[in-house]
Design a protein around this ligand. Structure first.
Ligand SMILES: O=C(O)C(=O)C[C@]1(C(=O)O)C=C[C@@H](O)C=C1
Length: 355
C-alpha cells in the first residue's frame, strides 16, 4: 500500500465517523427547528454562530488550521440553516403578484391549508424554492388565449428547479364596482390590458373609457379605495370579495374557454408521473434537432409539444423544450432519455407530472 492509499484509508475511516456525527448533528438541528417554529423564532442566530465558531476554534491545537476550521464550521451551520428552512417552510407556497391575482387564486386552490408568500418577480419565487424559503412556487406557464409565458421556461432552463405538477385555472373576468353602483354609473374601467382585450365583445356595448392598469387585482384595489361609483375594474370574483366590491357583470370574457396553465415548481423530481418535460441544446448543424425527435419516435413515445426559446447569453441560438407522454421511471423511457442526453447538450429533465 503506497502513501496515498494509506492516507485515503485513514480519510475513509474518519469520513464514516463524520457522517455519523453529521446525522446526529442534523437530528439535533431538527429539534432546534421545531422549537423555533413553535416559538416563532428566527432560524438565523448570528450571536449563537459567533459563539459556536469562537468556542471551537479557540481549542484547535493546530494554529494553521484555524481559518479553515472557521470556514468549515460556518459551512456546517449554513447547511443546518438550509435544512431548518426546509422544515419550517414545508407548508409555505409562493407565487408572483399581489393578493387576488390569478397566481394567488391558483395557489390557494392548490394548497388551501398552506401558508402563502408572494414575490414581486418570477425569479424571486424560483430562488425562494432553491433556498427553501418556500416549499413550492406556483407559476403561470401558458394561457389558452395569450400563449406561453416564456419567462417561466427560461427560469426552468436556468435554475435547478423542476415541475412537479400542473394545474389548469379557468380564467373568468368580471366587471366589479362599488356597492350600489350600476352598469349605467360606470364611466371608467381599469384592468390589465390583456384582461380588457379578453372582454372586448362585452365592452363594445358600452361607452366606457378603458384604462390599462398593472394587473387585475391592483385595478380592483384602486377602484375600492377610490370610493368613486363611476369607476369599475375587470378582475376575478375572488378579488371582489377581497376588496369589498360588487360584481356588476359576471363572466364577461369573450372566450369562455380562457384557461391559464400553472406549473407547481419544487426542488426534486417526483417519483413518477405520466408526462415529462425536457430541455436541451443541439449543435448548429443540419439534422441535429431531427435526431432527437427520431430518438423519441424510435422508442415509440408521443412528443406532445415542442418549443424553442432564444439563449440569453448567445445571440441567435436557441434551446428546445419538449413534452413527452410516458412514465419517467420506465426502463424504456430511461434508455430514451439517455440517448437524447448523449446526442445533445445542456440536457435536463425539468418536469415529471400527471396530465
Ligand atoms: O442554535 C441554533 O439556534 C440553531 O439554529 C443551530 C445553528 C447550528 O447549526 O449550529 C444554526 C443556525 C443558527 O444561526 C445558529 C446555530
Amino acid at each position: 500500500m503506497n502513501q496515498l492509499d494509506k492516507a485515503r484509508e485513514k480519510i475513509n475511516a474518519i469520513d464514516v465517523q463524520m457522517r455519523e456525527l453529521f446525522e446526529q448533528r442534523m437530528k439535533a438541528v431538527e429539534e432546534v427547528a421545531e422549537y423555533k417554529l413553535k416559538n416563532n423564532m428566527k432560524i438565523f442566530d448570528p450571536d449563537r454562530e459567533a459563539e459556536v465558531i469562537e468556542k471551537n476554534s479557540i481549542k484547535m491545537q493546530n494554529e494553521k488550521l484555524k481559518p479553515y476550521y472557521r470556514e468549515y464550521i460556518q459551512a456546517v451551520m449554513d447547511i443546518s440553516k438550509s435544512y431548518q428552512e426546509s422544515i419550517v417552510n414545508c407548508d409555505t407556497y409562493g407565487y408572483q403578484g399581489v393578493l387576488g391575482a390569478f397566481s394567488h387564486i391558483a395557489t390557494q386552490r392548490l394548497f388551501p391549508h398552506g401558508k402563502m408568500k408572494n414575490y414581486a418577480a418570477f425569479e424571486g419565487a424560483v430562488k425562494g424554492v432553491l433556498n427553501h424559503e418556500i416549499a413550492k412556487a406556483v407559476l403561470p406557464f401558458e394561457n389558452s388565449y395569450t400563449g406561453e409565458v416564456g419567462e417561466i421556461l427560461d427560469l426552468l432552463f436556468k435554475y435547478d428547479v423542476v415541475i412537479q405538477s400542473i394545474y389548469d385555472l379557468k380564467i373568468n373576468q368580471n366587471l366589479l364596482g362599488l356597492k350600489g353602483a350600476t352598469l349605467c354609473d360606470i364611466k371608467q374601467v381599469y384592468s390589465k390590458d390583456q384582461a380588457i382585450n379578453q372582454c372586448q365583445d362585452f365592452l363594445k356595448n358600452f361607452d366606457y373609457e378603458l384604462i390599462p392598469y398593472a394587473n387585475t387585482a391592483l385595478a380592483a384595489k384602486f377602484v375600492s379605495e377610490s370610493q368613486d361609483k363611476s369607476k369599475a375594474a375587470i378582475a376575478s370574483i375572488e378579488t371582489a370579495e377581497l376588496y369589498g366590491l360588487e360584481v356588476l357583470a359576471e363572466n364577461i370574457n369573450t372566450s369562455k374557454d380562457n384557461t391559464t396553465r400553472f406549473v407547481v415548481v419544487g426542488n426534486e423530481l417526483p417519483e413518477d408521473g405520466n408526462h415529462l418535460s425536457i430541455v436541451f441544446t443541439v449543435h448548429h448543424e443540419s439534422g441535429q434537432l431531427a435526431k432527437i425527435m427520431q430518438i423519441v419516435a424510435k422508442y415509440g413515445f408521443n412528443m406532445e409539444n415542442i418549443k424553442s426559446r432564444s439563449l440569453k447569453d448567445a445571440s441567435w441560438q436557441y434551446y428546445f423544450y419538449m413534452e413527452i407522454e410516458g412514465h419517467y421511471r420506465d426502463e424504456k423511457m430511461q434508455s430514451m432519455l439517455e440517448e437524447c442526453r448523449n446526442s445533445s447538450s445542456n440536457f435536463k429533465v425539468i418536469g415529471v407530472y400527471n396530465h
